[in-house]
Design a protein around this ligand. Structure first.
Ligand SMILES: [Zn+2]
Length: 276
C-alpha cells in the first residue's frame, strides 16, 4: 500500500519498521515547517533537502520508497515567499518531487492571518504546478464543528473549499490533477468528487476520522478518486492509519481489487509514481 500524505521527519525508525511490516511500500512526504520556530526560505529549503536526502534514505533502509511534494501551506508561509517561489522552480526538477503541496488556506495560520494574502500565496504555487505539470495537494483546514480539538475561532470549512476550487479554475488546472485533502465529513468528500477532484481522507482521531469511519467512506464513495493518508506529523497521528483502514475494509468483505485500487493504484495514478 501507499500512504499518500505524510511528514516523514516526524517518524521514528521503529515507526518506519512498523509501516513497512504492515505492507506500506511507498509514501509521499510534504515540507511543513514547525511554524513556532519562525519560517523563512532558508529554513524551508533546509527542510526540503532534509526530506530529499535524509528521509528518502531512512525510508529506503526500511523498504519504503519515499517521494516528495514541495510547497508551503498558509500555516507555514516563509517571510520571504517570493524567494521561495524561485527556489521551487529549481527543486521541482528533481525526479523525487511528484507534486506541489501541501498548499492551501488555513484560518488558523499564525504567520499570515490575511486570507487575501493566503490566496495570493496559493495562486502563485498553483501557477508553478501548472507550468511544471505537477498534481496539487490542497490542504483544507479541519472542520471546526467536528474536530475534537478546541478552536479559538469557529470558521466555515465550506468557504475555504470553495475559495480553493475557484483558484484552481482561475489558474486553469484540471480538477483531476488536484486532491482536496483532509476531508473530514461525507459532505466534503461528495463535493470533491462532484467537482472532478480526488478526495483525500486523513485518518486521525482528533479530526473525528477513525480507521473504521475512513473504511466506511472508502466503501461508500470509492474506489475512484479516493486517496487515504495518515498525515503523520508532530501533532497526534497514527503512522498505521492506512493499514488499519485496509483491515476494516477486509472485515467489511470488500473485494481485494477495490481495496488495491484505493490504497495502491489511485496514488500511483494521481502522482504518476514510478515504483522500483
Ligand atoms: Zn500534511
Amino acid at each position: 500500500m501507499i500512504d499518500s500524505h505524510i511528514h516523514a521527519e516526524s517518524l521514528s525508525w521503529s515507526n518506519l519498521v512498523d509501516m513497512s511490516m504492515s505492507g506500506i511500500r511507498s509514501a509521499v512526504t510534504f515540507p511543513v515547517c514547525p511554524w513556532r520556530a519562525g519560517i523563512n526560505t532558508s529554513i524551508q529549503i533546509t527542510l526540503i533537502k532534509w526530506l530529499l536526502h535524509h528521509e528518502t534514505w531512512r525510508a529506503a533502509e526500511n523498504n519504503i520508497q519515499l517521494f516528495l511534494g514541495i510547497g508551503v501551506p498558509a500555516i507555514g508561509i516563509p517571510s520571504d515567499f517570493e524567494t521561495f517561489c524561485q527556489k521551487m522552480e529549481e527543486l521541482a526538477k528533481n525526479p523525487k518531487v511528484v507534486a506541489i503541496g501541501e498548499v492551501g488556506f488555513d484560518p488558523r495560520s499564525e504567520v499570515c492571518k490575511d486570507i487575501r494574502i493566503q490566496g495570493k500565496v496559493l495562486r502563485a504555487q498553483l501557477e508553478i504546478a501548472k507550468r511544471k505539470k505537477l498534481p496539487v495537494v490542497l490542504h483544507t483546514p479541519p472542520d471546526s464543528a467536528k474536530s475534537r480539538i478546541e478552536f479559538k475561532k469557529k470558521y466555515d470549512k465550506r468557504m475555504f473549499l470553495e475559495k480553493s476550487l475557484e483558484l484552481v479554475h482561475e489558474v486553469g488546472i484540471s480538477p483531476c490533477r488536484v486532491v482536496l485533502d483532509h476531508l473530514d465529513k461525507a459532505e466534503w468528500i461528495q463535493m470533491a468528487l462532484d467537482q472532478g477532484c480526488y478526495a483525500g481522507i486523513t485518518i486521525q482521531e482528533w479530526r473525528g476520522v477513525s480507521p473504521e469511519l475512513a473504511a466506511r467512506w472508502a466503501e461508500e464513495f470509492g474506489p475512484k478518486r479516493i486517496l487515504l493518508n495518515s498525515d503523520t506529523s508532530t501533532l497526534a497521528s497514527d503512522h498505521l492509519g492506512v493499514p488499519k483502514v485496509v483491515f476494516h475494509l477486509c472485515r467489511r468483505k470488500i473485494k481485494g481489487k477495490m481495496i488495491k485500487k484505493i490504497i495502491y493504484d489511485n496514488p500511483i495514478q494521481f502522482y504518476q509514481l514510478s515504483l522500483e
